[in-house]
Design a protein around this ligand. Structure first.
Ligand SMILES: Nc1ncnc2c1ncn2[C@@H]1O[C@H](COP(=O)(O)OP(=O)(O)OP(=O)(O)O)[C@@H](O)[C@H]1O
Ligand SMILES: [Mg+2]
Length: 224
């Protein structure tokens, strides 16, 4: 296992330590998504952030896990065609995935992999020279319509908004978008800029995930 493989696997905390504080935060995030959506059914959710290393992949994978833990049929899609990493998290070989479908090389069922009960994964597949063209294509719209039919929740991991347009192209076609903001790393101006870009792209911004905030012990927690 390479160093990066190890690192990414360790971030799937909601599977390994169901009862810990971080898992509880992800369950809160799951509830907040439901509250944020009122009576609109949010099925397709894009996870993005201003820059690289903010915690998008970690958030996407753990969110997928907590949705599956409440019995939802979940699909996690690695739509970061430039720097894919979902396959590291599940120890998969990224030899076939979303990109292979988008260029018409594979059927949708041939790229879906079952990793846990209730969670399927689609890795990014081959590396294309033109991600925005593929992600803004009719094939991508068809892909989103198809997976909406097959799953209760579809989570898209994407590249950073300030670097490339890829995330906004998917957010435009999805039910909701979550902006991951890493404390002490992301500049407020950059966060505002990303919010504006997502808004301009027609994304339904559900809210922000504040990643890396110091944990404050709550004296008033309720223990079973
Ligand atoms: N709150 C946190 N505390 C400690 N480590 C974290 C935290 N959030 C993320 N990390 C680690 O930071 C690294 C980057 O996280 P991740 O890969 O999820 O970011 P990303 O936004 O997807 O980056 P990229 O844009 O490069 O794909 C990973 O090694 C991850 O395990
Ligand atoms: Mg990532």
């Amino acid at each position: 296992m390479r160093k990066r493989d190890k690192g990414m696997r360790g971030t799937l905390v909601t599977m390994e330590r169901v009862e810990n504080q971080i898992s509880e935060e992800f369950r809160s995030l799951r509830s907040n998504i439901k509250f944020a959506s009122f009576n609109k059914n949010i099925k397709t959710i894009v996870i993005t952030s201003p820059s690289s290393g903010d915690g998008k992949t970690m958030t996407a994978a753990n969110l997928a896990m907590v949705f599956s833990q409440e019995g939802k049929k979940v699909l996690l899609v690695d739509a970061d065609l430039r720097k894919p990493s979902i396959h590291y998290m599940y120890g998969l070989v990224n030899d076939c995935g979303l990109c292979n479908f988008l260029i018409g090389q594979k059927d949708i069922n041939a790229i879906i992999r079952s990793v846990y009960p209730n969670i399927d994964v689609i890795t990014s597949g081959l590396t294309p020279p033109n991600p925005p063209e593929l992600l803004g294509s009719v094939q991508m719209s068809d892909f989103i319509s198809e997976v909406r039919e097959q799953y209760d929740v579809v989570v898209f991991d994407t590249p950073p908004v300030l670097a490339v347009t890829d995330a906004t192209l998917i957010a435009n076609q999805s039910d909701g978008c979550l902006l991951v903001v890493r404390v002490k790393k992301n500049d407020v101006k950059d966060v505002i800029k990303v919010k504006e870009q997502l808004h301009f792209a027609g994304a339904n911004l559900l809210g922000a995930v504040i990643n890396g905030k110091k944990q404050v012990k709550n004296e008033y927690y309720y223990k079973k």
